[in-house]
Design a protein. Structure first.
Length: 107
């Protein structure tokens, strides 16, 4: 149930990762989360996505979700593996089959 979210672009600027997707996660008004506790206090899609990112990405300091864009800042540098981990969390956000469900990739 659910479909993977396609990552259109990912851009790193210093300690910030900006991910543009093919799917809206919120309306036009963005939502900011300053901590895992802040994210876990909510029960809407942006809060759930932020909670997953705080849990999966060490050093996450801030998550902002607006429409089809997710912005994650962290206290450490973004290397390729950490960017891939964040992209995976976002891509699988609407997939409800469990961790074993593969996300289709283009061949």
């Amino acid at each position: 149930m659910g479909q993977p979210i396609e990552i259109v672009t990912s851009t790193v600027a210093g300690d910030v990762l900006v991910v543009d997707t093919d799917r809206s996660i919120t309306g036009q008004t963005g939502t900011t989360f300053e901590s895992a506790a802040d994210a876990n206090a909510g029960d809407d899609f942006p809060a759930r996505l932020a909670a997953r990112l705080f849990d999966a990405i060490d050093g996450t300091a801030h998550v902002f979700v607006a429409s089809n864009t997710v912005v994650v800042s962290r206290s450490d540098v973004w290397d390729a593996a950490t960017v891939a981990a964040a992209e995976d969390v976002i891509a699988r956000f609407f997939v409800f089959y469990g961790d074993e469900a593969p996300v289709p990739t283009e061949a």
